[in-house]
Design a protein around this ligand. Structure first.
Ligand SMILES: Cc1ncc(C[n+]2csc(CCOP(=O)(O)OP(=O)(O)O)c2C)c(N)n1
Length: 398
C-alpha cells in the first residue's frame, strides 16, 4: 500500500467514525439518529417542474389511483383464498407509487409493457377494476377474454402491451415498440418495466445494446423490490455502487435511480427520461427502489423465511408509498385524514363490486378456444399490410 493510499484510508476511517457518530452516543440518541436517517424525505423532488405543475386534483388523483390498486389486490387475494380463481397471482402491494408515478405522465405516443406483476400498471393506465377482476376469474368479460389470467393483462387501445410471464421477455418486445415509434417518426416512448431479477437475463442486455446503438426511445424501469422469488439481490447480482441501473453505462445509456416510496421522486425521474426519449430519441435505465409486502406469488407462503418480519414491517411502517403520499398531501393541505378514509372506502366498494361483476360473468364460450392464438388467423391478410399488424389496417396510435 502506498503512503498516499494509507493516508486516504485513515482519513476515510475517521470521517466514517465522525459520520456514524461512534463517539459514545446514548441509546435513545442512537435510536433517534437511526430514525432520522430512515425517515423518508417528504420534499424530495417536490420542486421538480413536473411536480410543481401538479394541480390539487392531480395530487388527489394519484392518491386515489394508488389506493385503488391496493384495494383491488386485497380483494383479489381474498377471492383467491376462497378458491374463486386459479393460476398465479403476483401482488403489487407496496410498489404502487411506481405504476402511478410513471403512467400518469404518458402521452398519446407513449406505450407501456411489463412483466407478470401487472395489475398495478393496468389500473394505472385506466383499465377498469371490472375487466381486471374478471380476467383473474378467467371470465369472458376480462381484458383478455379470460384467456390470459393474472400475468397477461392487455389493453392495446390504451397502449398497454401486457403482462408477460417470461422473465426479461418483455424487454426485446418493448424495444420493438420503441423501434416502431422511431421508424414512424413519432415523438413517443416505450416504458418497459422489469423486475430486478430480470437484469441478469440475456435478452435484457441484447435489448440494451440495440437501444444504445440505434438511439431508441425506450425507458427501462427496473422495479427493484430486492427479491427475485426467494433470492435477494445481494445473493444474485453484482451490484455496482450506483445500483443496478449503472450497468447501462456499458451501453452508453443514461441511467438514474428513484426512491419508490416517494411519488414526487418517481415522477421527476420518469419525466426526465420521457423528455430524453421524446426530444433526443435516447434510452434511459431508471431503477426504482421499492418493496413487495406479500410473497413472490400467492404460492409463496414462506416468504418470511428468506427475509425477516422486521424488514417487512420497516417498509410498511416507514416507507409505504400510500402512507408517504398521504403525509405529503396532508402537510401541503391538499388532503385531510377524513377525505383519505373516504377515498379508501370508495375504492374498497369498487373492488367489492368488481368481484360481484366477475362472479356473475360467463366463462368464454367453447368457440373461443382457437381464437387469439395467431394474429394472422384472426385477421386474415394482416401479414401483407406493411406492418400495420395490430388492428387490421391501422396501428392503435395512428
Ligand atoms: C426466463 C425465465 N426464467 C425463470 C422464470 C421463473 N420465474 C418467474 S418469476 C421469477 C423471479 C423474477 O423476479 P423479478 O424479475 O425480480 O420480478 P418480481 O417478481 O420481483 O416482480 C422467476 C425466476 C421465468 N418465468 N422465466
Amino acid at each position: 500500500m502506498s503512503t498516499k493510499t494509507a493516508k486516504k484510508k485513515t482519513a476515510a476511517k475517521s470521517a466514517a467514525k465522525k459520520s456514524s457518530g461512534s463517539a459514545k452516543k446514548s441509546a435513545p440518541a442512537k435510536k433517534a439518529a437511526a430514525k432520522k436517517a430512515d425517515a423518508p424525505d417528504l420534499r424530495r423532488y417536490a420542486d421538480a417542474p413536473v411536480n410543481k405543475a401538479m394541480s390539487k386534483s392531480d395530487k388527489i388523483r394519484a392518491f386515489v389511483d394508488m389506493v385503488r390498486i391496493r384495494k383491488f389486490e386485497q380483494a383479489a387475494l381474498q377471492s383467491y383464498q376462497k378458491g374463486k380463481m386459479g393460476g398465479f397471482l403476483h401482488l403489487y402491494i407496496g410498489q404502487e407509487a411506481t405504476a402511478v408515478g410513471t403512467c400518469a405522465l404518458l402521452g398519446d405516443h407513449d406505450h407501456i409493457i411489463t412483466a407478470y406483476r401487472d395489475h398495478g400498471h393496468a389500473l394505472a393506465v385506466g383499465m377498469t377494476m371490472n375487466e381486471c377482476m374478471a380476467e383473474l376469474y378467467g371470465k369472458y368479460t376480462g381484458c383478455s377474454k379470460g384467456k390470459g389470467g393474472s400475468m397477461h393483462f392487455f389493453a392495446p387501445e390504451k397502449r398497454y402491451w401486457g403482462g408477460h410471464g417470461i422473465v426479461g421477455g418483455q424487454t426485446p418486445l418493448g424495444l420493438g415498440i420503441a423501434y416502431a415509434l422511431k421508424y414512424k417518426g413519432l415523438k413517443g416512448s416505450c416504458l418497459c418495466f422489469l423486475g430486478d431479477g430480470a437484469v441478469n437475463q440475456g435478452p435484457f442486455h441484447e435489448s440494451l445494446n440495440l437501444a444504445g446503438l440505434w438511439d431508441l426511445p425506450i425507458i427501462y424501469v427496473i422495479e427493484n423490490n430486492r427479491y427475485s422469488m426467494g433470492t435477494s439481490q445481494d445473493r444474485s447480482s453484482v451490484y455496482p455502487e450506483g445500483g443496478l441501473a449503472q450497468r447501462a453505462e456499458a451501453y452508453r445509456i443514461d441511467w438514474t435511480t428513484a426512491h419508490g416510496e416517494n411519488l414526487y421522486d418517481v415522477r421527476a425521474k420518469t419525466s426526465e427520461a420521457i423528455e430524453r426519449a421524446h426530444e433526443k430519441s435516447r434510452p434511459t435505465v431508471l431503477e426504482i427502489a421499492t418493496y413487495r409486502y406479500y410473497g413472490h406469488s400467492i404460492a409463496d407462503a414462506n416468504h418470511q423465511k428468506y427475509r425477516t418480519k422486521e424488514e417487512i414491517l420497516e417498509y410498511q411502517r416507514n416507507r409505504d408509498p400510500i402512507m408517504v403520499w398521504q403525509r405529503i398531501l396532508e402537510e401541503e393541505g391538499v388532503l385531510t385524514a377524513d377525505e383519505a378514509k373516504e377515498i379508501e372506502n370508495k375504492a374498497r366498494d369498487e373492488a367489492k363490486d368488481s368481484i360481484r361483476f366477475a362472479d356473475e360473468s360467463p366463462f368464454p364460450p367453447e368457440s373461443e378456444i382457437l381464437t387469439d392464438v395467431y394474429h394472422s388467423v384472426d385477421n386474415p391478410g394482416s401479414h401483407t399490410n406493411q406492418g400495420k399488424i395490430f388492428f387490421n389496417d391501422r396501428l392503435p396510435w395512428e
